[in-house]
Unconditional design. Structure first.
Length: 107
């Protein structure tokens, strides 16, 4: 793959991340105002930490990616590219969870 083609792929994925960050987050947090609210709510309900809940959600995307690597086929209606985008977004969400747990964070 050329550098130019890689850059196009990279930019398209970054734009998709921006779009998901603007739209999906509100859906999952039920417009609560706390972007991490769904992790915190589930953590409280299940007796886990928000990061442990994050791991369960993140692992779903990794498993789909691993299945694709093993079989060459996307599992279910979602394409592997969607799982890659979601996995990237989940890494940003983990960073936010970590920052949110630190004292003096700007929650």
């Amino acid at each position: 793959m050329t550098y130019e083609k890689f850059y196009e792929l990279f930019e398209a994925r970054v734009e998709k991340l921006r779009e998901i960050g603007r739209t999906k987050g509100r859906k999952y947090t039920k417009h609560s105002g706390d972007r991490l609210g769904n992790f915190k709510e589930e953590a409280q309900r299940l007796g886990l930490s928000p990061s442990e809940v994050w791991h369960v959600f993140f692992d779903k995307h990794l498993q789909a990616i691993e299945d694709y690597i093993r079989t060459g086929e996307s599992c279910g209606p979602e394409l592997v590219e969607n799982h890659i985008t979601d996995a990237l977004m989940y890494l940003f969400l983990l960073e936010a969870l970590i920052a949110d747990e630190r004292p003096n964070s700007d929650r």
